[in-house]
Design a protein around this ligand. Structure first.
Ligand code: HEM
Length: 233
């Protein structure tokens, strides 16, 4: 079984699809949490959600699995792209511009993936590294808020996010990263399902339409959160 998954092309594609779908589920949860930034309550809801995420046992267990999902997805993408390039020689699918009927996004998945990894490195240094205490931050002070009527001391994660999105460079990087994410997902969504067997013409059309809606909704929503924080909060 493990030799099928790691040593055959179809096994690697299968793992890329599964890890990709898992990462999409993370994105939905992450977006849901971050949408609380739009509530004009000085960050009370956002701080409560961050407190829940930081203290909930199930979330703590899923965190290393998420990191593993990212690593697996990236390694499989690099191995498959290398194999494709070697097999196709100069007619490389990943960089060719003459392939008719194939979208720009599907031809440039690797490029979009590299842009995403660059964005994620910056993003994690801005938020995750500070909130987990790897990088010190003066903004992360303790604050008392009411959670279900109970006064609770929480970390002021809102102060960190708010200050980060008052910096134009961070906002521009988040918008570019989120749009690269949308482009990457708009192909990745239906491609994952296709690898898992939903490959007839009807499913292809359905998944491609639904995937595009999902991808651009997620990308535009993340961009909007950063832009609205910059301009209005
Ligand atoms: C407005 C947009 C965004 C905001 C406000 C935001 C906020 C945050 C915050 C506060 C954390 C740290 C959470 C913690 O350590 O408890 C975080 C972590 C993370 N973000 Fe984002 N994020 C945004 C967009 C994105 C996008 C577009 C992606 C994916 C491409 C992404 C992927 C991640 C990952 C992988 C982590 C580390 C895992 C985690 O802590 O859950 N984020 N983000």
């Amino acid at each position: 079984m493990s030799s099928f998954l790691f040593q055959s092309s179809i096994g690697r594609k299968f793992m890329m699809s599964l890890s990709g779908l898992f990462l999409m589920m993370f994105l939905l949860v992450h977006l849901g949490c971050n949408l609380t930034l739009l509530i004009p309550d000085g960050g009370e809801w956002f701080n409560a959600v961050c407190h829940f995420m930081a203290t909930n046992l199930a979330i703590r267990i899923v965190e290393p699995i998420l990191a593993l999902g990212f690593v697996l997805h990236i390694i499989m993408a690099l191995v498959l792209s290398y194999q494709n390039r070697r097999a196709r020689g100069n007619n490389s699918y990943a960089s060719g511009n003459s392939t008719e009927g194939v979208s720009w996004f599907s031809k440039n998945m690797l490029l979009l993936g590299v842009a995403l990894v660059a964005f994620l490195a910056l993003h994690i240094s801005h938020f995750y590294a500070k909130m987990k205490g790897f990088v010190p931050s003066d903004l992360l002070t303790e604050k008392e808020i009411m959670i279900a009527g109970v006064p609770t001391m929480v970390e002021n994660a809102y102060a960190l996010v708010h200050a980060t999105f008052k910096d134009l460079f961070s906002v521009i990087c988040t918008v570019i990263g989120s749009l690269a994410l949308a482009a990457h997902l708009s192909h990745g969504f239906w491609s994952s399902f296709q690898t898992l067997g939903f490959s007839n013409q009807i499913w292809r059309v359905r998944l491609s339409v639904f995937g595009s809606i999902f991808a651009w909704f997620v990308g535009i929503a993340f961009s909007a959160i950063a832009l609205l924080q910059y301009f209005f909060y």
